[in-house]
Design a protein around this ligand. Structure first.
Ligand code: ATP
Length: 407
């Protein structure tokens, strides 16, 4: 059976993965075999989410009635029902529901009734609490098929320590990154000297190490010095796989979906208030704005180095009229050309504009010229992919250390 759970946590605490990991131990205690524990990230732009829009699924050999009872009991015991935004859902399916539902939930928005229809069609057991929204994530989790997978080992804190500051040795995290990157990633942000894998929220997670295999995440984990975790769980995940991306064109983007869009830069990037950088790209139909927000740190220097005429692939979520860049590819760099009024050939003074379309004139001797002086600046930026630093990375974004995306 596949057991799916979602929407058990709140900003004040709990975490659906913790609840799933405890459930896995109870199922094993009751002589069931847990074949796989899945951490399934869904559309990162869903407003109902608490943090990272995660749901979980356990692939279990055992009695579905008993599995369903244990899953419902653990939700009743551990979910944070006090929060208005916590609306748990539990699903037990004996066969995988249509994976198309997962596909929609990771790239788009789904209704609760759609999830219920999928569950009915699959003959699944299910239960939703309060407004039952958690059934969307729980159904997506049990219907998920991953064309690409990564792993995360999550260490959970002793409940007595929840809400207190986490004791994790900073240097050991940098050492773990150094020893295992690029087989693991996003433990720390080396360039910005920031720890990424230790949350600051009051939930039960102590730290999480992401990587390409169970062996690599365990290798990194073995180097980390910290307070004693209560227990640890290795999750199979769709994190770092770009599962949220669709192909799009400038004029056809929908709010809250995430895209790869190819276009030509049409203006010099502008740094606005707060250090956010914006530029516009155009394909043969329309224009769209791209943003590199302040938290993307040094990535903004790359974006600022783009010039009009550069052909790029912009990757990110489309929100409020802009693509919020997660990464980008400079496909074909343009020449960086600027024009200015020419020097007068007679008196060597800089000419001034003679009016639109009328060329230039010399204020001193009255000479005329039609062509401006063209200045070319050598490009510092070469063709290729560029990404936000680990500190700004979204859970689903595929880091470039896993291989450059195909164009
Ligand atoms: P955490 O990462 O700490 O587990 P969270 O960020 O996963 O928390 P949830 O508490 O799970 O947040 O809330 C997300 C809610 O949005 C859930 O009810 C889930 O069912 C629902 N949801 C997830 N994806 C979609 C989607 N694509 N369309 C509509 N609802 C969705």
């Amino acid at each position: 059976m596949l057991i799916g759970i979602d929407d058990t946590d709140s900003p004040a605490g709990m975490c659906t993965t913790y609840l799933g990991a405890v459930l896995a131990r109870r199922l094993i205690h009751d002589h069931m075999r847990v074949r796989e524990a899945r951490l399934v990230r869904l559309n990162p732009n869903v407003t109902f989410k608490t943090r990272g829009n995660a749901a979980i699924a356990l692939d279990v050999e055992g009695d579905p009635e008993q599995g369903f009872a244990l899953a419902c009991a653990i939700v009743e015991e551990l979910a944070d029902f006090s929060c208005g935004k916590t609306n748990p859902g539990v699903v037990v399916a004996e066969k995988r529901p249509d994976p198309a539902f997962y596909q929609r939930a990771v790239t788009d928005f789904c209704e609760i009734d759609e999830a219920v229809a999928v569950l009915e069609a699959a003959g699944a057991r299910y239960r939703g609490w309060k407004n039952r929204r958690g059934l969307v994530g729980a159904t997506a989790a049990v219907s998920s098929v991953f064309p690409d997978t990564t792993y995360e080992i999550l260490a959970y804190r002793d409940p007595a320590r929840w809400g207190t500051s986490r004791e994790v040795d900073r240097e050991s995290l940098f050492a773990a990154e150094e020893a295992t990157f690029p087989h693991t990633w996003d433990t720390v942000d080396v360039a910005n000297r920031v720890v990424v894998c230790v949350p600051h929220t009051p939930d039960p997670v102590l730290f999480g190490i992401r990587g390409e295999s169970p062996a690599w995440v365990m290798a990194a984990r073995s180097l980390i010095l910290s307070e004693k975790p209560a227990f640890e769980q290795i999750w199979v995940t769709n994190q770092g796989t770009d599962a949220h991306l669709l192909s799009g064109t400038c004029g056809s983007l929908r709010e809250g979906l995430s895209y790869r869009v190819r276009g030509v830069v049409i203006n010099r990037p502008v740094t606005g208030a707060g250090g956010h950088v914006s530029l516009a790209i155009r394909d043969n139909r329309a224009d769209v704005r791209c943003m590199a927000y302040e938290p993307t740190k040094n990535f903004r220097d790359i974006v600022r180095a783009l010039v009009p005429g550069d052909e790029i692939v912009a990757v990110g979520s489309y929100k409020k009229g802009s693509i919020n860049l997660e990464k980008m590819c400079l496909v074909s760099p343009a020449r960086d050309l600027r024009t200015q009024a020419p020097l007068c050939t007679t008196c060597s003074k800089r000419m001034t504009s003679a009016g639109k379309g009328k060329g230039f004139k010399c204020r001193k001797c009255g000479a005329h010229a039609m062509e401006p002086e063209v200045l070319e600046t050598p490009r510092m930026l070469t063709a290729g992919w560029y990404e936000v630093p680990p500190t700004a990375r979204r859970h689903l974004s595929k880091p470039l250390c896993r291989g450059a995306p195909e164009l």
